[in-house]
Design a binder for this molecule. Structure first.
Ligand SMILES: Cc1cc2nc3c(=O)[nH]c(=O)nc-3n(C[C@H](O)[C@H](O)[C@H](O)COP(=O)(O)O)c2cc1C
Length: 159
């Protein structure tokens, strides 16, 4: 496959128990800086000690970043949900969006409950991939308002 092709990887993992909010802030700063450099976009979500992340960009860059993420000791039990070519980016404006998901969001967003549940195993990768796709599609609809707000703010700041 062409290494320049747009590609995405989604995974889920468990945060290390000793990870603090300050550690997370530092991590996000680093992510955004490096992702901007590699033209990677995506989203990291956290709920109850679990992460789900979508990384998108050129295949060669996504795989490079993912290989560093996989061996990061700030999380463990990483399960790859999906790795596949894409036609367009889901989060073109976010070097790495981040949100803590509330219980209410978990209840409302398709498949969130299963993906963040503790019974997750890598036994059925096709099903996990379908769930992860449906989850991010539902999530992106739920943040559409914020995207619009940011674009509006950018326009207003320019005039
Ligand atoms: C949950 C999680 C998500 C991460 N996501 C990214 C990411 O999107 N981009 C990135 O560059 N590093 C990410 N990292 C950090 C990398 O694992 C790694 O620490 C960092 O890229 C190392 O950069 P350096 O070798 O230049 O210091 C993530 C780490 C964790 C624990």
């Amino acid at each position: 496959m062409d290494q320049q092709q747009l590609y995405k990887i989604m995974y889920i993992s468990s945060a290390s128990p000793n990870m603090s909010i300050e550690d997370l802030d530092r991590l996000l700063d680093k992510c955004r800086f490096k992702n901007a450099h590699f033209n990677i976009t995506g989203y990291l979500l956290h709920h109850n000690g679990r992460f789900i992340q979508l990384l998108e960009g050129k295949k060669i860059s996504v795989e490079y970043i993912y290989n560093t993420v996989k061996i990061d000791s700030r999380h463990n039990n990483l399960i790859e949900l999906c790795a596949e070519p894409i036609d367009s980016r889901m989060f073109p404006h976010w070097e790495m969006g981040f949100q803590h998901l509330s219980e209410q969001q978990i209840a409302e967003i398709s498949n969130a409950h299963q993906l963040f549940g503790n019974e997750m195993t890598s036994s059925d990768i096709d099903r996990l991939c379908r769930r992860a796709r449906a989850f991010f599609e539902a999530f992106v609809r739920s943040v559409a308002v914020v995207h619009d707000y940011n674009q509006l703010r950018d326009v207003m700041l320019r005039v």
